[in-house]
Design a protein around this ligand. Structure first.
Ligand SMILES: *Cc1c(COP(=O)(O)O)cnc(C)c1O
Length: 384
């Protein structure tokens, strides 16, 4: 168990920087106008929030999702925090969250004094199981956070039906799912609010940052207001409620816009990487590659294999020793210290996936040669 604990996802950014694996788990690809746009920020003397790149980035991001605009934020976590605030979540409320996810899906629920109620996931998509969500609904349920884990969409229709009947808000944690589609519709546009992240590991980066999509345009302007300290327009130092300093800087938006211009290409190349892994692992018994349901189109943000539990740490160690960065699946949140309650729920599917899953290098620019190297290492590790 000790080795499992030390492989917890927290801190792994630092870990990655320190170890500089030859083949990192994910690495950003800068092949567009990043330098040009950054230089313009400096030349124009506008690096902080409120610059024109912020407006262009929001407009372009919104348009991509068939929306008039979107609200940029300082991070994906901030996007989730402001979305839950807009959903009216507060003390005494319950918010349903899948247990198999990054901890930032749940922490903002606690920032607001509400309680996350963890539910188990589906063994095929690794995302919230609608039947488990239905069981978890109580009179105190204010919102459901769905997480399109590793880029694979959640089966949304049953969850939207459950929520709609009861006036429960649905917030999509689409931080890993930019460009993924559920029955043809883009993730982040399916619930009441959709949240994205542009940290260094996601399918595109702004050097940090996030975005919120809002289905209702009045709510959109209120979310924007909240991210800008709830400052009244045209009246200095008049604030009409308690807001946040969650604005994105012009520098970040400049990089984000340049990356967004390359998104179709970045997604296309990631799919190519995924299809090479899929064919290689189809031949290898004992390693099941990331699924894609027939109603889903994943962005394959993190690509992974399910192994025999006895092989998981062997594979992680063998890849590490060969300079290839890999990771176990997220630690089920209901088992982590801040969320381990007195009544420990039994969420066996997430536990089983955690015991078996390994995420592999998934960058858009991963070469076929490096992939072959990874597959060969993995095969050798599970055959010994
Ligand atoms: C990355 C991520 C976040 C948080 O995004 P940041 O920009 O790093 O704050 C939240 N939820 C999930 C599932 C993520 O993968």
């Amino acid at each position: 168990m000790a080795s499992t604990e030390s492989r917890c996802p927290e801190g792994s950014h630092v870990h990655r920087l320190m170890t500089r694996a030859r083949v990192p788990l994910v690495r950003p690809v800068f092949e567009g106008r990043e330098r040009e746009y950054l230089a313009r920020c400096i030349d124009e003397g506008w690096v902080a929030s409120g610059g024109h790149f912020v407006r262009e980035f929001e407009g372009t991001f919104g348009a991509l999702h068939d929306r008039s605009s979107a609200v940029s934020t300082a991070s994906g976590t901030a996007a989730l925090h402001v979305a839950l605030t807009e959903a009216g979540v507060g003390p005494g409320d319950e918010v349903i969250v899948p247990t198999l996810t990054f901890i930032a899906s749940a922490n903002p629920v606690c920032y607001l004094g509400a309680a996350p109620v963890f539910v188990d996931v589906d063994p095929v998509t690794y995302t919230a199981d609608p039947a488990r969500v239905a069981e978890a609904i109580s009179p105190a349920t204010r919102a459901i956070v769905v997480v399109h884990l590793y880029g694979h969409p959640v089966d949304m229709d049953p969850i939207l039906a459950l929520a709609g009947d009861r006036g429960i808000m649905v917030i999509e944690d689409a931080t890993e799912a930019l460009g993924s589609r559920y029955r043809g519709r883009l993730c982040g546009t399916l619930g009441d609010l959709g949240c994205f992240s542009f940290n260094g590991s996601k399918v595109m980066t702004a050097g940090g940052g996030g975005m919120v999509l809002v289905s209702d345009s009045e709510r959109l302007e209120h979310v924007r207001h909240l991210t800008l300290q709830a400052r009244q327009r045209g009246r200095e130092y008049v604030h009409d409620e308690i807001g946040f300093n969650y604005a994105l800087s012009n520098l970040q938006a400049a990089v984000g816009l340049a990356q967004l211009e390359q998104l179709p290409e970045l997604l296309r190349r990631r799919r190519e990487v995924a299809s090479r892994y899929a064919s290689a692992f189809a031949e290898l018994e004992g390693a099941v590659f990331s699924p894609e349901a027939d109603w889903a189109s994943s962005n394959f943000w993190l690509q992974s294999v399910l192994l025999d539990p006895a092989d998981r740490d062997t594979v992680l160690d063998a890849l590490d020793a060969a300079g290839v960065e890999s990771r176990p699946f997220f630690f089920p949140l209901h088992r982590l210290p801040p969320y381990r309650g007195e009544r420990q729920p039994d969420l066996p599917v997430a536990d089983d996936l955690h015991a078996r899953g390994v995420s592999l290098p998934s960058s858009a620019d991963l070469t076929a040669r490096d992939q072959q190297y990874i597959v060969d290492l993995l095969r050798a590790a599970i055959l010994t």
